[in-house]
Design a protein around this ligand. Structure first.
Ligand SMILES: [Zn+2]
Length: 342
């Protein structure tokens, strides 16, 4: 594997980048100086190629280079990413995600000015959150630019890389993006559109991986939720707040906790040192797991699969402890911003 990686590095450094594939200015702070942090490849879905993870010298925003076109982004979400019923993981994991989606609503209830109203879940995926919020009495609309099952094409359109929502101004009380903003080619245009359709005083929820976390620094290119090339951007709290402030969004609350992602991210990132930097355990939990040889885009060697499971079971309690210790230090793998529209 090492040889293959080295080959890729040589090949990619030989290919000159087109001007459109280079970010000349930071979208947050306008700084034109970026430095290479490390080279990355897709260890989750097996999209071929290699990217440079570039970091803005001024604000710490991370972005992949070559910067993908809108057409390329669509190709990163290969068929297997969502199965026919819109679910990404094996049945028991999806059930667990349903419970965790219910918990997300508790956090929202603490800050939302109303307890029932119109909610847009943007990037709804399998629709767990939409379902539980509907049960709580919200009028929920779900759109997902990358899942045909969850998306209603007439509600969300793309004009180039600009999202257009087919709703009138000030339509929603709440808009939620659970791990979505980092996937968008043009996050700033999306935020402008969210401002348009959100009522004054309404809440925008942005949850994403935390590039300033101890975990991100410690695990580097082995960090599970780096997820290139689907994660085009790597935000931290400070630069994301700066970006949304341009559209009159102010921080109402922040949370660093995620029992859903935190302990498992730590576990998989450690396993990436021990078993190979291929996110084997994560891939096993995805729909089909070991049985899906023909279907999965990645074949997992049996020895690596068994080692991942055995070590995973043994190390998971230890990872839960690390997760809570890091949380006490204010470092979560992810952060959720609850933003009020002025
Ligand atoms: Zn910057």
């Amino acid at each position: 594997m090492k040889t293959k990686q080295n080959d890729l590095e040589i090949i990619s450094s030989d290919i000159p980048l087109q001007p459109s594939e280079i970010i000349s200015k930071c979208v947050v702070c306008d700084c034109s100086e970026f430095e290479l942090l490390y080279k990355v490849r897709d260890t989750n879905q097996g999209v071929s190629g290699q990217w440079r993870l570039m970091v803005c010298k001024e604000c710490g925003l991370g972005v992949i280079e070559p910067f993908p076109s809108q057409g390329q982004i669509a190709s990163f979400y290969i068929d297997q990413f969502y199965t026919d019923d819109g679910k990404r993981f094996q049945g028991w994991v999806e059930n667990l995600r349903g419970i965790l989606a219910w918990m997300r609503g508790i956090g929202l209830n603490r800050v939302a000015p109303v307890k029932k109203g119109r909610l847009l879940d943007f990037g709804a995926g399998a629709g767990h959150f939409a379902k539980v919020q509907e049960a709580r009495g919200w009028e929920v609309y779900s759109v997902d630019p990358y899942s045909s099952k969850a998306n209603s094409a007439d509600l969300c359109k793309l004009d180039g890389d600009r999202i257009q929502l087919e709703f009138s101004d000030h339509y929603f009380n709440v808009i939620t993006l659970w791990y979505v903003i980092e996937h968008l080619r043009n996050p700033e245009a999306a935020i402008a559109e969210f401002k348009r359709v959100l009522k004054p005083g309404g809440i925008l929820v942005l949850a994403q991986q935390n590039f300033a976390s101890i975990q991100a620094r410690l695990f580097g290119s082995r960090w599970l939720i780096l997820d290139p090339p689907r994660h085009i951007w790597q935000f931290n709290e400070e630069n994301l707040l700066k970006l949304v402030a341009r559209y009159n969004f102010k921080k109402s609350a922040i949370s660093h906790s995620s029992i859903e992602l935190g302990p498992f991210t730590i576990l998989q990132s450690i396993l990436n040192y021990l078993v190979g930097n291929e996110n084997y355990l994560f891939c096993l939990l995805k729909n089909g797991g070991l049985r899906s040889k023909g279907k999965m885009n990645k074949n997992i060697p049996l020895g690596r699969a068994l080692a991942s499971i055995a070590l995973g079971v043994g190390l998971f309690p230890f990872c839960i402890i690390i997760y809570f210790l890091l949380l006490m230090l204010g470092s979560g793998d992810v952060f959720t911003l609850y933003l009020r529209r002025e």
